[in-house]
Design a protein around this ligand. Structure first.
Ligand SMILES: [Fe+2]
Ligand SMILES: [Fe+2]
Length: 285
């Protein structure tokens, strides 16, 4: 099967997850420069379950504000439009994709743990290097592997082949996929992000996280997600062990040399942050 055929098949899946209405509405509002805080606040407040979750998130230690954020307009004033949108996207994507059963042996919880770990690490790298908005990096990290979930839920046969090869031959998921499928989970994820009308930078960071492309709209964000993914996959928190950076793109190493050189100093703190983020995002309701 060719890549295009595969993606066409993806497009024709009737129950492919759609973004919750509220996310689409908020995205549209944010494209209009005249949108007021009140209008955005009113829109978010039509979904009370979402309001509760967002307020819990922005008041959690994860955001670290001392004063209590009481409502959505208040959250917008403190965090900004974009960050409230990011909180909304993060919360709703995890919810949307955790409702369907994945492939046997492939645990959705483990999947999200990895994604949250990459999200938190990306946020840290964005913040420390000042190369991109930490919050945008968080969302890109959270969604970078979303194509794997699509594969596991809608292309079970293909996923099964890849999974078997990962387990049997000790290949990485991406290597096995390259051998067996016409498209990678990265391309599938990017395709879905495009369908959902996400920002181009986010689409690119998902699509190219394993195969860096220099001409993307926001190369810094892409390199951050790529580096965070490699760090999370290689660095198991064993402080005595030097993580293997050979898989990190040279350009990423160059622009984040300050962060990568003393990884063992900061990663334990980030690992603790990952734990608390997992607790928040992956808690069963
Ligand atoms: Fe990946
Ligand atoms: Fe990953």
């Amino acid at each position: 099967m060719h890549a295009q055929t595969f993606l066409k098949r993806l497009d024709s899946i009737p129950d492919l997850p759609t973004l919750p209405n509220i996310v689409t509405k908020v995205n549209n509002l944010l494209q209009d420069p005249d949108t007021s805080i009140k209008k955005l606040g009113d829109t978010v407040e039509t979904d009370q379950a979402m309001v509760t979750k967002i307020l819990r998130l922005v008041n959690s230690t994860f955001y670290g504000f001392r004063s209590k954020i009481r409502n959505i307009p208040h959250a917008i004033i403190i965090l900004g439009f974009n960050n409230v949108r990011n909180a909304l996207v993060s919360v709703s994507i995890i919810k949307t994709f955790s409702e369907k059963r994945a492939f046997k042996g492939f645990e959705i919880k483990d999947f999200w743990r990895h994604s949250v770990a990459v999200a938190v690490t990306s946020r840290y790298l964005g913040e420390q290097s000042r190369l991109d908005s930490p919050d945008d990096c968080f969302v890109a990290g959270l969604l970078h592997d979303i194509g794997k979930l699509v594969l596991s839920q809608y292309f079970t046969e293909s996923f099964g082949q890849v999974w078997k090869s990962v387990k049997g031959n000790g290949l990485s998921f991406y290597e096995a996929e390259k051998k067996l499928l016409p498209v990678s989970h990265a391309q599938i994820g990017g395709h879905l992000a495009k369908k959902w009308q996400f920002p181009v930078s986010l689409i690119d960071s998902i699509t190219y996280h394993h195969a860096i492309r220099k001409g993307v709209s926001n190369l810094n964000q892409l390199l951050i997600v790529h580096a965070a993914n490699t760090i999370v996959n290689n660095y198991k928190g064993d402080l005595g062990m030097r993580p293997d950076f050979s898989m990190i793109d040279p350009e990423a190493k160059r622009i984040m040399s300050g962060q990568l050189e003393n990884l063992s100093e900061w990663f334990p703190d980030v690992a603790a942050e990952i734990e608390s983020a997992c607790e928040f995002f992956l808690k069963e309701e």
